[in-house]
Design a protein around this ligand. Structure first.
Ligand SMILES: C[S@@+](CC[C@H](N)C(=O)[O-])C[C@H]1O[C@@H](n2cnc3c(N)ncnc32)[C@H](O)[C@@H]1O
Length: 203
């Protein structure tokens, strides 16, 4: 169960991720929130790495199904004074009313969700997103470049063991069936970190 994986790794998560956080993720996180306002959801909030980039004046909720990751997020919230409600919840079964959020962000959550969980999770995002709202999904992709691809394949067993994650999920393939429309894919770091800009399909 992925919850166990994250409860196990929570203590070490920020330390293990540090080189990637500073080398890759930090410059990208700010971009994710550009132009967003109103009620926002950070799905799979983890230890709260997105907190410094939340737009001021928005009403933000972060959810995660790992108690231990949320505990770290709460510590970071208190330290930074971030205005965010943190709730323990599974993204596939969220306790929010339909159309609750103007914008939804998820960073490296869909790398963790197995193939058969992608569509239910996307359907939930669509359900809680207002019509005309914005969904932004940041995730890994497997490189097309042979050497980088080889390195990623080499790391894959560790990534699966430590994070329950994989780099080759192709979340965009499940958008249409979940009632979502792909607006754009932007590669933000080489050809291995991509941002999916998504919106609910109009009725
Ligand atoms: C790779 S971490 C990313 C954390 C954070 N978003 C970041 O950018 O650093 C993935 C997070 O998603 C959470 N997660 C995985 N599956 C989930 C699910 N079904 N519902 C809610 N959270 C989930 C994990 O507990 C973990 O905190």
């Amino acid at each position: 169960m992925k919850q166990k994986v994250y409860n196990r790794i929570a203590r070490l998560y920020d330390i293990l991720d540090l080189p990637f956080e500073y080398g890759r993720y930090k410059p990208l996180r700010g971009m994710l929130f550009e132009g967003l306002s109103g009620t926002l959801l950070d799905a799979g909030v983890g230890t709260g790495r997105n907190f410094p980039f939340y737009p001021e004046g928005s009403k933000i909720t972060g959810i995660d199904f790992s108690t231990a990751m949320l505990k770290r997020a709460k510590q970071r919230r208190d330290k930074l004074g971030t205005a965010v409600d943190l709730l323990e919840m599974d993204v596939m079964e969220m306790d929010f009313a339909d159309d609750s959020f103007d914008g939804i962000i998820s960073t490296f959550l869909f790398c963790v969700l197995d193939a058969d969980n992608q569509q239910p999770a996307l359907e939930e995002l669509r359900r809680v997103c207002v019509p005309g709202g914005t969904i932004r999904i940041l995730e890994y992709a497997i490189s097309e470049k042979p050497f980088q691809r080889f390195i990623m394949r080499l790391w894959a067993p560790w990534v699966r063991f430590a994070y329950g994650a994989a780099c080759d999920r192709n979340t965009e393939q499940n958008l249409d069936a979940a009632g979502l429309e792909l607006v754009e894919i932007r590669y933000l770091y080489k050809d291995i970190i991509k941002l999916l800009l998504v919106k609910p399909k109009s009725a």
